[in-house]
Design a protein around this ligand. Structure first.
Ligand code: ATP
Ligand code: MG
Length: 487
């Protein structure tokens, strides 16, 4: 009996050790170990996909350095001063929570008594300082927008979690030069500023990088020989990884899953579109918003002039939430068609469905296209629609509005393309999207478009998405794209 009691007491002791310092019991993955072992003067970058344990490794590096005792390399003796730098409050609270959990929270053997933490706001204070019993410190910068934030202080080690602006990175390097300290980065190249400067530094050897794609092997800890598991107990094996990939849209997959610098999608883009499930003659019930989107094209594009009518059913409680989208009808004409003919065809499409022009709720058209003989533009469509309806141009309601505003620099256009394609991908994947069988071009385009700007069926998809502009603009607020594009 007493033997059993002794055994239980021993288990209790181990449990207490674990709870007081969880960071010492993490079954590290190969790339985490490689990065934690990095011991050069150059900054070390851990570049992985989302949820791959970047912040956990970053938090551990901070803790080991603050202790002056690191399991993977020699470090300067304590006490030391470290900083944790994040670009936004939301990212900062997320990694502060990781840091707090790695430390063991209230039971921590490392931090001083009275350290306060809130899961909503992080450590206490505008610029919190996590104090270790040995005198080491971690200063937390939560909103390092611009270099000024950390100017003037010196640190032995700075961790940048999530993509920084280059000026912030440069400033961090400055802040460790006097002390002979170093800088670490942990990031997925998304939700932040573009990083070509960092990529160049990696290529030139100015930053040493630790990177792997997500593979089953990358999820097996050499410390235990076992695969990492999800909270629900599923191993990160080939099957689970394949499911993850299938759930991620093709624009984001290379970055979010594999931590790639950039994404370039290949093959059919809307792989989530299933004609057996997503074609339907049934119009959605209830009140609908009618949307018309128009795309113009150069004369040589066979199906370049496109107008697509969609009906949107919104959530009854939250009118900004789309419940269902139905593609009702399409008009396709060659790029050389006259605006007179194109406008007449659009009106005919509406008439066939018993819809009057004034019943349309949202109408958006692309930028004008000029050829030697014709100008294809919203103004021309407005002019011809008014004429066909027998009203004066001024009296036409509603009018075709410009889809793109605020400049037409190519990278801005590219980013609206990403936003709207990502949004439509999500609606299809969520089973909120139907196509009427009469829309044969929309169907064919969904089955074949490869995200390319030269694809012969691209225009009809653009028109579909232009009409839905008011729903996808702002759909990707987390990236701040809306401000960049339409501000
Ligand atoms: N070596 C590991 N073994 C098992 N689980 C781990 C390991 N490293 C991290 N985790 C767990 O994986 C999850 C994600 O970790 P973490 O937040 O560090 O990832 P991240 O890459 O920073 O994610 P995000 O992309 O959301 O910022 C957490 O639940 C964490 O506890
Ligand atoms: Mg993280």
């Amino acid at each position: 009996m007493s033997e059993l009691r002794e055994a239980v007491a021993a288990v209790d002791d181990v449990l207490e050790l674990v709870l007081r310092s969880p960071v010492d019991w993490i079954p590290w993955l190969p790339m985490q170990i490689a990065w934690l072992s990095h011991d050069g003067p150059e900054p070390g970058l851990l570049r992985l996909g989302n949820r791959q344990g970047k912040s956990t490794a970053g938090a551990a590096e901070l803790i080991f350095r603050c202790r002056g005792d690191h399991p993977f390399k020699p470090v300067p003796p304590a006490p030391v001063r470290c900083a944790l730098v994040c670009m936004s409050m939301a990212q900062s609270v997320a990694i502060q929570l990781v840091l707090w959990e790695c430390l063991g929270g209230q039971l921590s053997r490392d931090v001083i008594d009275g350290t306060e933490f809130s899961a909503r706001t992080g450590f206490r204070g505008h610029r919190p300082v996590v104090e270790f019993t040995n005198g080491s410190q971690i200063v937390v910068y939560s909103n390092a927008q611009g270099a000024g934030a950390i100017a003037g202080s010196e640190y032995d080690y700075i961790l940048l979690d999530e993509p920084p602006e280059q000026i912030v990175y440069d400033e961090c390097l400055q802040r460790v030069t006097q002390t002979g300290g170093s800088v670490g980065l942990t990031l997925t190249p998304i939700n932040g500023p573009p990083l070509p400067w960092l990529q160049r530094l990696v290529e030139s050897g100015g930053v040493v990088e630790y990177h792997t794609k997500l593979t089953p092997e990358s999820q097996i800890s050499p410390l235990t020989g076992r695969s990492r598991k999800t909270k629900a107990g599923r191993p990160w094996d080939a099957e689970f990884i394949a499911e993850l990939r299938a759930k991620t849209n093709p624009i984001d997959e290379p970055i979010r899953i594999d931590g790639a610098w950039e994404s370039r999608s290949e093959g059919q883009f809307f792989r989530c579109f299933d004609p057996d499930a997503h074609m339907s003659t049934q119009a959605p019930p209830g009140q609908l918003r009618l949307c018309l989107g128009i795309d113009y094209a150069a004369a040589d594009r066979e199906l370049g002039m496109a107008a697509v009518l969609t009906a949107v059913r919104l959530d009854e409680k939250d009118s900004r939430q789309v419940r269902e989208i139905h593609v009702l009808a399409e008009v396709l004409m060659p790029g050389s068609a006259s605006m007179d003919d194109f406008s007449a065809s659009i009106l005919r499409m509406l008439r066939d469905l018993d819809i009057a022009w004034h019943e349309l709720d949202h109408i958006y058209g692309d930028n004008p296209v000029r050829t030697r003989f014709i100008v294809s533009s919203n103004a021309e469509v407005n002019r011809w629609i008014a004429r066909h309806l027998g009203v004066s141009q001024k009296a036409l309601r509603p009018r075709v509005l410009a889809m793109k505003r605020g400049g037409s620099q190519s990278n801005q256009i590219r980013r609206t393309k990403d936003v709207r394609c990502r949004w439509l991908w999500g609606r299809i994947a969520n089973d909120q999207f139907r196509v009427h069988p009469r829309c044969v071009t929309v169907r064919a385009a969904l089955l074949s478009w490869d995200y390319g700007d030269k694809h012969p069926l691209k225009d009809v998809l653009d028109a579909t998405m232009y009409g839905l502009r008011d729903f996808w603009v702002g759909s990707d607020g987390a990236d701040g794209l809306q401000r960049v594009i339409f501000g």
